[in-house]
Design a protein around this ligand. Structure first.
Ligand code: C2E
Ligand code: MG
Ligand code: MG
Ligand code: MG
Length: 292
């Protein structure tokens, strides 16, 4: 293993990039064990309205504390899992954890939508809509209690196969968000055909809109495009008031980033949510009585 000291003193771990290296295979084995041992936990980051600050949902982001190597970033272990049979199990775990948390929040009078990241390959799995449907029914949650985030990569290749899963999700009423928008090669027509309800503008464009006229124009045109399609726009990586202000002026709907809140463990997120005004994903949803 190549362990190195991070600037914060937290041990960062870099898996060897070689696909079949012993390090990589070891880490994959560790990940499988880590999943069984609940070493992986979801943290939750708020998405807020840029116009009035109300909370419109949270994104679930996976955190792994390795017993020996410490914190390992999703950018390290997600690509690893994506190349293996483990991805399916990982996504299943994440969806179940998110559904359980949504049920806890909805029962506590915090009807918040949880967005879950799935990988493009998860859409090849026809069992995904069934898992969601069963989980929502078991926990007595409306389909809008959850949202799936997929990157633009779903627009490249294997479209015929993913199409059925996307159709099944739409029939179920589970919303779909397009993540990291601007980094891929989506055309307007493809975007419209995809039946997404939310477009998340990648942080790499958002970050510099207060200084760069070019980035400002790019984000403005994405916001306009998204609005013209009747979809919701979300800016990722909002770190400053200046950026939030510009986004609000453009008419961008929601913002997500350190300015509003970092990804937090469920308990901290509960406290954070309690202090805020929320906009329910389904205001008319009839809450079921307390169940334990
Ligand atoms: P993403 O879905 O685009 O998530 C946004 C990333 O931006 C997160 O990184 C989040 O912590 C980070 N972020 C949020 N606000 C700010 C900010 O103001 N400034 C900066 N610099 N960063 C900010 P994270 O948690 O490291 O996740 C990275 C990526 O890993 C995610 O990108 C997503 O693609 C993937 N990922 C995370 N959790 C899961 C999961 O449960 N399943 C799958 N399939 N992928 C996941
Ligand atoms: Mg995401
Ligand atoms: Mg993103
Ligand atoms: Mg990303």
């Amino acid at each position: 293993y190549l362990a190195k000291e991070g600037r914060t003193g937290v041990e960062l771990y870099q898996a060897d990039k070689d696909r079949n290296s012993p390090e990589r295979l070891n880490l994959l084995g560790d990940l499988r064990r880590g999943l069984d041992n609940h070493e992986l936990k979801l943290h939750y980051q708020p998405k807020v309205s840029l116009a009035d600050g109300t909370v419109h949902g949270v994104e679930a982001l996976l955190r792994w504390r390795h017993p020996v190597h410490g914190a390992i970033a999703p950018s390290e272990f997600i690509p690893l899992a994506e190349q293996s049979y483990l991805m399916r199990q990982l996504t299943e775990y994440v969806i179940n954890e998110a559904l359980e948390q949504a049920a806890r929040w909805w029962r506590a009078g915090l009807p918040v939508q949880i967005s879950v990241n799935i990988s493009a390959r998860d859409l090849l799995d026809s069992a995904l809509p069934e898992q969601l449907e069963a989980g929502l029914a078991r926990l007595q949650l409306p389909p809008s209690a959850i949202q799936l985030e997929v990157t633009e990569r779903i627009l490249t290749g294997q479209q015929a196969y993913t199409h059925d899963t996307i159709k099944a999700l739409a029939a179920l009423g589970v919303p779909l968000a397009l993540d990291d928008f601007g980094t891929g090669y989506s055309s307007l027509i493809r975007l419209q055909r995809l039946a997404v309800s939310e477009v998340k503008i990648d942080a790499s464009f958002v970050r510099r809109i207060a200084e760069s006229e070019d980035d400002n124009r790019i984000v403005r045109s994405i916001v306009d495009l998204v609005r013209s399609l009747g979809l919701r726009s979300v800016a990722e990586g909002v770190e400053s008031d200046a950026v939030a202000l510009r986004l609000a002026e453009m008419g961008c709907d929601l913002g997500q980033g350190w300015l509003f809140g970092r990804p937090m463990p469920a308990q901290d997120a509960t406290a954070w949510l309690r202090d805020r005004h929320m906009t329910s994903p389904e205001a008319t949803y009839d809450l079921h009585p307390e169940v334990t």
